[in-house]
Design a protein around this ligand. Structure first.
Ligand code: UD1
Length: 359
């Protein structure tokens, strides 16, 4: 089969790496980068480290309001699909690139496969929630990472084409964990010792676009009583500087540029706790056995909360401080995210499809 894979944002590069490796054993892949993330540290570094083949197309769409960004991607992806005429379009996760890819394909009657289908936060104010719901409803094949995701789809009447395969981020983690330990010098570069620091990432509009939330989060970090490493996403840097908060950073917080995959994995693996509003980092913390404090009121990864390894604390100073001091999970339940063979299963399902088609 000829498969067009659409990626555009940092988490999608990580997800596509193991899947692309499997697909290319049996299929022809056309890799399309929308250009949603374009800084070297947000894009190229992931292609290099994860050894993802160079995209066949870079659409260079870049930043914009949601409507403009998604609309520009929709038109540009349609042009590529008309030219390449693939048998299937593969999309990942929940970004504007995901929705644009799914919609462009569905309108051209090309089957759509969605990796990381069925996730729900039940918060329609999150742009990602709208992207997920619409993408799932436009998809023919839905690859779910968890049982909860399968149940979420069933609750919306989607049962055909649904496959529980596990999480491709676990595949990426297993593949790169040892390599991260071998190659990354991030702890030494930042100047922190294993087990004696926290890591934080913040990039969700619900936090970044709200001065009060950012001030509360930074205030709590100032009370942490140990170093906090803060790799800053470009949107967050822009807002912190506008709010005047970059200049008022607590002295124990070490601000860094966005990190590559291997550095981030090693930094998280040796942290005492991780604070984040990212979806992917909540999962990665669990996979690494590091307690996670989530700076949101809801999550798609409810299993990590139920297991006691993830605390939802919003952007409230006191709740964050409490979690930094007291969050102490018990034993880790394995298997939430599958067996680390999600990309193999996806490859097998697609190859079965190829057999079915050629008969
Ligand atoms: C996007 C995804 C989000 C995902 C995140 C991972 C959507 C709706 N959101 O959010 O789900 O978790 O990626 O990082 O698709 N910018 C740069 N350089 C870059 C990229 C972005 O400076 O390489 C800045 C620009 O100011 C831009 C802002 O960051 O306006 C936001 O970028 P955008 O890709 O629109 O959304 P993210 O916040 O990264």
């Amino acid at each position: 089969m000829k498969i067009a894979s659409i990626v555009g944002a940092r988490p999608q590069f990580i997800k596509c790496a193991p899947v692309s490796r499997e697909l290319r054993k049996d299929h022809e892949e056309v890799l399309v980068h929308t250009g949603q993330h374009y800084d070297h540290g947000m894009s190229e570094v992931f292609f290099e480290e994860l050894r993802i083949p160079k995209p066949d197309y870079n659409l260079n769409i870049g930043s914009g309001t949601h409507g403009h960004q998604t609309g520009a991607m929709l038109g540009a992806i349609e042009d590529v699909l008309r030219k390449e005429n693939p048998d299937l379009v593969l999309v990942y996760g929940d970004t504007n690139s995901t929705l644009a890819g799914a919609l462009a394909a569905a309108k051209l009657h090309i089957p759509v496969a969605h990796v990381e289908a069925g996730l729900r936060s039940n918060d329609r104010r999150m742009p990602e929630e709208v992207n997920r719901v619409l993408t799932d409803h436009a998809s023919d094949l839905l690859f779910c990472p968890t049982e909860t995701a399968v149940a979420n789809l069933a609750a919306e009447g989607i049962t055909g084409g649904v496959h529980l395969v596990g999480d491709v981020m676990l595949d990426a983690m297993n593949y790169n964990r040892a390599l991260a330990e071998e190659r990354s010098r991030v702890l030494e570069e930042v100047g922190v010792r294993p087990g004696e620091y926290l890591v934080i990432t913040v990039h969700r509009p619900s936090n970044t676009d709200n001065r009060e939330n950012m001030a509360a989060i930074l205030g709590a970090l100032g009370e942490a009583g140990r170093p906090v490493v803060f790799p800053v996403h470009p949107r967050t840097r822009k807002y912190l500087s506008e709010y005047g908060l970059l200049a008022e950073m607590p002295e124990n917080v070490r601000v860094a540029e966005p990190l590559g995959y291997l550095d981030m994995i090693r930094l998280m693996a040796h942290a005492e706790k991780v604070l984040t509003d990212s979806g992917g980092i909540q999962k990665e913390a669990y996979m690494l056995g590091v307690p996670c404090i989530t700076l949101r009121e809801n999550t798609e990864w409810v299993e990590t909360v139920e297991a006691g390894w993830n605390a939802l604390v919003g952007a409230e100073r006191e709740r964050i401080i409490d979690a930094i001091r007291y969050l102490s999970p018990g034993s880790r339940q394995m298997g939430i995210f599958g067996n680390g063979n999600a990309s193999v299963l996806i490859g097998e399902i697609l190859t079965g499809l190829k057999g079915a088609r050629s008969r």
